[in-house]
Design a protein around this ligand. Structure first.
Ligand SMILES: Nc1ncnc2c1ncn2[C@@H]1O[C@H](COP(=O)(O)OP(=O)(O)OP(=O)(O)O)[C@@H](O)[C@H]1O
Ligand code: SF4
Ligand SMILES: [Mg+2]
Length: 343
């Protein structure tokens, strides 16, 4: 039987008529936490393929599992959890590597090296007692670290690369001495230091003013091109991913609810949740009275029965509260988890 992520690859290839090469394949990823003898499902049935050189956006409200997924992609899992599925890194020159089962020493050669990650809370992910320069230096490949002068020059180059003025001054600063926008860029430089194939950025523009947001997105777009990166960008904000990601994945309550080409998902959403997110974003953009989705996203402890979105869904019918919808293909070649997708 073809898995969801295998189907996705085929559809993408057929629709774009481009011979693509996957760099990351995720099959049926699930994370279950075990607390006080009770299983709590944090992620369920997550599957997708990241094509080499492409950008994937991951969208969803707070608590839907975006950061859990980002960390899982570099094999960081919550303590006391069990993990199922596969996360296959496909370097092209070598065999596929399953990051879930990989031992820690082999993982060190991939995490931060072939897969760079900029965590959501950049300031707290940095060491407060080490200078920014030292932290980027430590993330360089060993060959560059061996010669201090070569390494230092590379750190300056990286800081310049991510758009920071006066990089020679920045290498001497400590994280708390910099503004939010500068810290984001320092963290980005650290994520790029290992010269990765894949860059994962989790909420890179949160807490930035609008101008800094635009500038950071432009920087990311430029870096992607120059460094031939495959990028995964995570956001709760549709406007942040619109216009530059190739594929878009919408998550709700630890599951993928819609996946497809970005323009298809944004112009003709199939899932009522995607449509509701778009309506909210449009109301903000047009300066109208903001329309928010009624109710709150479910907690991991109390997920509604059937379709987890049913208590908030405008299209809900009786079946929705009784059965869990599975993923099916849309007319546009994307995927949706809904009994009554929007045509
Ligand atoms: N280590 C952990 N232990 C227990 N629960 C966790 C852990 N990490 C995440 N969770 C829970 O999993 C759910 C998803 O968390 P996650 O941080 O991935 O959300 P998110 O989509 O990134 O949200 P946000 O937009 O606020 O960053 C949340 O309910 C969170 O409380
Ligand atoms: S399955 Fe039902 S409740 Fe869930 S999104 Fe579709 S229509 Fe709405
Ligand atoms: Mg998060």
């Amino acid at each position: 039987m073809t898995s969801f992520s295998q189907q996705v690859t085929t559809v993408v290839i057929e629709n774009t008529l481009i011979k693509t090469q996957p760099i990351l394949k995720v099959h049926n990823l699930g994370i279950t936490l075990h607390r006080d003898g009770l299983p709590i499902q944090l992620l369920k049935g997550v599957g997708f393929t990241l094509e080499s050189g492409s950008t994937l956006g991951i969208l969803g409200e707070s608590g839907c599992g975006k950061s859990l997924l980002a960390k899982a992609l570099v094999s960081i899992f919550p303590p006391e959890s069990t993990v199922m599925g596969e996360i296959l890194f496909c370097p092209g020159d070598k065999e596929e590597i399953d990051l879930i089962t990989l031992d820690i020493s082999a993982l060190r050669g991939i995490r931060g090296k072939r897969i760079g990650i900029m965590f959501q809370d950049t300031l707290s992910s940095m060491n407060p007692v080490l200078t920014c320069g030292r932290q980027i230096f430590d993330a360089l490949p060993e060959a560059q670290r061996k010669d201090h002068k070569v390494g230092k020059n590379r750190v300056v180059e990286l800081l310049d690369f991510v758009g920071l003025v006066n990089p020679k001054r920045i290498i001497e600063t400590y994280p708390h001495e910099l503004s939010g926008g500068m810290i984001q860029r320092v963290a980005l430089a650290a994520a790029l230091a290992g010269n990765p194939d894949i860059l994962i950025v989790d909420e890179p523009t949160t807490a930035l003013d609008v101008i800094s947001q635009v500038e950071l997105i432009e920087t990311l777009m430029g870096l992607k091109k120059e460094m031939e990166l495959s990028v995964i960008v995570i956001s709760h904000d549709i406007k942040m991913v619109e216009g530059w990601v190739d594929m878009l994945m919408v998550m709700y309550s630890g599951k993928i609810v819609e996946y497809g080409k970005s323009k298809d998902v944004l112009i003709s959403p199939s899932h009522p949740y995607t449509k509701a997110l778009l309506k909210t974003a449009e109301s903000y953009e047009r300066g109208r009275k903001p329309i928010s989705i009624p109710g709150d996203p479910p907690s991991t402890l109390f997920r509604p029965s059937g379709c987890n979105f049913h208590p908030r869904c405008d299209f809900m019918k009786e079946k929705c509260s009784q059965e869990e919808p599975q993923i099916s293909e849309t007319k546009l070649g994307g995927f949706v988890r809904c009994f009554y997708p929007i045509e």
